[in-house]
Design a protein around this ligand. Structure first.
Ligand code: DX5
Ligand code: ZN
Length: 227
């Protein structure tokens, strides 16, 4: 079970300080949301910011590209210190070559699926990815309400993983708190992005530990995973 604090919920006036706070929270990943103002109606930050944060911790940098043209950004983010780069399945025919390019850059590959998008679009790519990200809000902003209709997609992703003997992680992103983390873990998710629910806490370490404990307690034994 991995808890990945999302830097989008940090204080943008003190990003470095909050990145260190995340590192000291006991989490091993940091989720970095990259928004281009086109794929989503918001703009966050770019490779230079990621590069600046890189030396401050040993956190695994989980870089989520919500961008229409990720091909122009893969190399800059790889060089800036991304450990994994996530692209969106909504990009259609561009997805397969993007996956290979990320792999060629020596980085882990993630594939994200938005709430209105069918999870079956991810099917042709499952053998080539390290992580499948089931978006549980429409991307663009932190602090939104979890969309419960996304839960069956997590179950489907977990069922495919079992059937096909694959080992991609199943990540959820959006509206994750101590209630929804339990529902997602029970459905088969093992990697949890949480912004508001962690950065808003004075004691982030305790918040991460609690979320981790709830995730562990609700994750089903393999035999219980339903198709
Ligand atoms: C949504 C982003 C999320 C966001 C989650 O567009 O992809 O990573 O930071 O924020 P919370 O946890 O506040 O819903
Ligand atoms: Zn994200």
């Amino acid at each position: 079970m991995i808890i990945a604090p999302s830097l989008l919920a940090a204080d943008f006036g003190h990003l470095a300080k909050d990145a260190v706070r995340a590192a000291k929270s006991g989490a091993s990943w940091l989720h970095l949301d990259i928004m281009d103002g086109h794929f989503v109606p918001n703009i966050s930050f770019g490779p230079h910011v990621v590069k600046t944060l890189r030396p401050l911790s040993k956190l695994f940098f989980d870089v989520h590209l919500m961008c229409s043209k990720p091909e122009i950004l893969l190399e800059p983010f790889a060089q800036a210190g991304a450990d994994e780069i996530i692209i969106h399945v909504e990009l259609g025919d561009a997805v397969a070559p993007l996956i290979w390019k990320i792999r060629a850059l020596g980085k882990k590959v993630g594939l994200a699926v938005n709430p209105p998008t069918s999870i079956t679009l991810a099917l042709p790519h499952l053998e080539h990815i390290d992580l499948l990200l089931v978006m549980t809000v429409n991307p663009g902003f932190g602090g939104q309400t979890f969309i419960h209709e996304c839960l069956p997609k997590i179950q489907q992703a977990a069922a495919w993983r079992l059937e096909k003997h694959l080992d991609y992680r199943i990540e959820v992103d959006g509206g994750i708190n101590n209630q929804t983390v339990a529902e997602c873990a029970a459905a088969g998710a093992d990697t949890f992005v949480a912004g508001t629910a962690l950065f808003s806490r004075r004691n982030m370490k305790a918040a991460v530990a609690k979320m981790q404990k709830i995730a562990d307690a609700n994750y089903p034994a393999l035999a219980d995973l339903k198709v």
